[in-house]
Design a protein around this ligand. Structure first.
Ligand code: ADP
Ligand code: SF4
Length: 693
């Protein structure tokens, strides 16, 4: 059972008229499901409540059509028609035994209103503050607009109560909640009673908090979510100002929820920020109020959590990502199963789904987002239907998860790995600068496999088709991964680059991860992959003293990491490593003394001297085992072999998250009857209006 050291985490906390059963608080977080997938969201939140979180919140909920943040998919509470979806979410959170929180939001200048076509509203006449540079301006709100906003917010509070929520947020954080724009000198240039002095800039927040208190009338708690420091110095909200704001409004909300800077700062990845990284900013705020305080910090260690409470920094341990990676984190601490915690690796794949308007997924927790769609659960899986024995070849993220989940189902499993260590690409990539936390993907699964007497793991055991035919397994899973190409083929070049005599040395990411280094001093990294690896390898080589030039056809280094909130920090780090960055250029040829790069727009060519080139372009599946077994199908029956399935990167190279998911899918579906449907998951389809105008 639980270690008494952690008892403090299980003390109830009073939040105004309601009581949290412990100190674990799932703060609002986006999930890419929102109004499109309400039942999927309801099931996802219920699982977290079941996992022991005392409070489970929605993401930001748009309160009005002037707060439409299309193309992002969040929840909406525009009118009564939206209540049933919200009611289902709160009901499911209650089924799990938690309090249901709702983050009401008017996004102000962060809403381009592309769907509603309403004119955005803000404190000033300024372009909307969106990630997508929408060619739209917000209009400075008049007093009448402010009165409207207050009315809309009150109406939304009423609807939130009808929908059954216990805790209602007023959102002034991340430069996403519109109240943030009023607080910040960066956006608020007003000369009326809502601008100028701090007292004036706080006025609207005070009014909305007061309205909300009145509207809930003791039936729900009121939370205020506010940015501690915009991290841009004097033009923005500073920590000193936030101290003053909290001093002014200290007892008005029932709960303070502190966030740091913009979303990029608040949800910093493990590559750029440690656990509890916000401590220095949150410290001291609790002294300004008697009301409970919640904050985040990618908390996964119970000792760190206890320290936050004992040191008087937080009252409630806030978590978005740790609750995504392990919805049962509180229960595991409560039952003393610390080794069973699936720790968040801080990769922000979960965040990327919000940016791509796709349902949330998680590298560590393949069931995230699949609770309703496929009926998956983070801790439970159906028992095996047969006594079949399964051989899993390859212990990368796909093979490890397949073996773990098959083992949990009760199958007899052999996991055979060619190398000396488990983890495949994760073992190698986590040794690169800043990616150490990613090794948790391996550690969690290794730990689980150790507990399973029905799973046997063999290292240094490359499997070939003869082995499979000889050993007599009923099912074989080929999870043998992929290798990086050296021929330049990727998005730009779809056929190999010619390599003339005397061309510079060509290396792949696999070569570098295996410890090989360029001959000579100069190296070109050609990144046509656009996720993290090109940037990481440039950083690695730059920090090792090479003269590095990163060439990419994209307009940014590691362009896709805009979706993981890392774009700016990656660029900063690459530049600090002394790397020269050539954007919008493509490597078009190899010559005796270097390479030729061309402008992607004009084709203008440049010769670049270099000793070596690292091709970060694309991968090829290592699927020979699957292909050979397929060719030997006539021998299967004699060997007792019934199925061979290729999964993960060996089937089609993708993210680590996709590899883990494919392992889970294999295990979920083995021996299960497959319904004859074309869509292999549950979804909700928009209800048609009864008639057309
Ligand atoms: P994925 O991301 O799909 O899990 P990885 O490349 O991370 O793929 O992992 C594949 C693993 O499979 C690697 O650890 C590799 O050493 C191992 N492997 C490759 N071929 C074989 C084989 N024939 N038998 C056993 N293990 C193999
Ligand atoms: Fe953590 Fe990555 Fe999962 Fe997000 S996707 S919760 S950052 S492990």
């Amino acid at each position: 059972m639980r270690d008494p050291r952690y008892d403090v985490l299980f003390e109830p906390v009073r939040i105004g008229p309601v009581t949290a059963r412990n100190r674990f608080f799932q703060v609002p977080h986006c999930n890419g499901m929102g109004y499109r997938d309400p039942s999927a969201q309801a099931a996802m939140r219920r699982v977290k409540a079941e996992g022991g979180w005392a409070v489970v919140c929605t993401e930001q909920v748009e309160i009005h059509p002037t707060s439409d943040i299309t193309p992002f998919i969040e929840l909406r509470l525009w009118d009564d028609a939206d209540i049933p979806a919200l009611a289902r979410i709160s009901e499911q959170i209650h089924v799990g035994g938690a309090l249901a929180g709702i983050e009401l939001a008017h996004n102000g200048m962060n809403s381009p209103n592309l769907y509603s076509r309403e004119v955005p509203l803000g404190p000033a006449h300024l372009p909307v503050a969106t990630w997508t540079y929408d060619p739209v301006q917000a209009r400075a709100m008049t007093r009448a607009d402010i009165a409207d906003l207050r009315r809309w917010h009150r109406a939304a509070v009423g609807r939130a109560l009808t929908a059954g929520f216990d805790l209602v947020y007023v959102y002034a954080g991340h430069a996403l909640g519109g109240l943030h724009h009023f607080l910040s000198r960066r956006y608020n240039d007003r000369t009326d009673e809502y601008g100028g002095s701090l007292e004036n800039r706080v006025r609207l927040l005070r009014e909305i908090l007061t309205d909300t208190r009145e509207a809930v009338d003791g039936r729900a708690a009121v939370a205020c979510r506010i940015t501690i420091d915009e991290l841009i110095g004097e033009p923005g909200i500073t920590a000193a100002e936030t101290h003053d704001i909290v001093g002014m409004l200290a007892e008005l909300p029932d709960l303070w929820d502190f966030v740091l800077g913009s979303w990029e700062d608040d949800s910093v990845t493990s590559r750029f920020g440690p656990e509890a990284g916000q401590e220095q900013y949150v410290s001291g705020l609790k002294r300004l109020t008697t009301k409970p305080v919640v904050g985040v910090g990618r908390f996964t260690s119970p000792d760190t959590m206890v320290r936050q409470i004992r040191a008087g920094i937080l009252d409630l341990i806030g978590a978005a990502r740790p609750s995504i990676a392990d919805p049962f984190l509180p229960r595991k601490i409560e039952t003393g199963d610390l080794a069973g915690i699936r720790e968040c690796i801080g990769c922000n794949i979960c965040v990327s789904d919000d940016f791509t308007s796709s349902p949330i997924r998680c590298t560590q927790n393949p069931s995230m987002g699949e609770e309703f769609r496929r009926g998956w659960h983070p801790e439970r899986i159906a028992p095996r239907r047969t006594d079949a024995r399964v051989l899993v070849a390859g212990a990368g993220p796909a093979g490890l998860e397949a073996a773990r989940a098959l083992g949990q189902r009760g199958y007899q499993v052999v996991l055979a790995e060619a190398r000396r260590e488990l983890g495949g690409r994760v073992a190698r990539e986590s040794a690169l600068p800043g990616l150490h936390a990613w090794h948790r993907v391996v550690e969690y699964r290794e730990q689980q496999l150790r507990r399973m007497p029905n799973v046997t793991t063999y290292l240094q055991s490359p499997i070939d088709a003869d082995d499979v035919i000889e050993y007599g397994f009923e099912h074989v899973v080929v999870a043998t991964g992929a290798r990086w190409r050296a021929d330049g083929v990727g998005r730009w070049h779809t056929s190999p680059l010619p390599v003339p005599d005397g061309a510079p040395q060509i290396l792949t990411p696999d070569d570098l991860m295996a410890g090989q280094r360029p001959d000579g001093e100069q190296v070109v990294v050609f990144d046509d992959d656009h996720y993290y690896l090109g940037g990481v390898l440039a950083e690695l080589l730059g920090a090792s003293g090479y003269r590095v030039r990163l060439v990419t056809p994209a307009a940014h280094v590691s362009a896709w990491t805009a979706n993981t909130l890392e774009l700016v920090r990656i660029r900063q780090r690459v530049l600090k490593s002394g790397v020269q960055v050539d954007l919008n250029r493509v490597l078009t040829g190899l010559g005796p003394a270097g390479v030729i790069t061309s402008c992607v727009f004009t084709g203008e060519q440049q010769e670049v001297g270099t000793d070596a080139v690292v091709m970060v372009t694309a991968r090829l599946p290592i699927d020979a085992l699957g292909a050979e077994l397929d060719a030997r199908k006539p021998e299967w029956a004699g060997a007792g072999l019934r199925s061979v399935r290729v999964i993960g990167d060996a089937w089609a190279p993708a993210t680590i998250a996709a590899a883990v998911w494919s392992g889970r899918r294999y295990a979920e579906e083995l021996d299960e009857p497959q319904a004859p449907v074309s869509v292999p998951f549950r979804r909700e389809v928009t209800a048609l209006a009864p008639d057309l105008p």
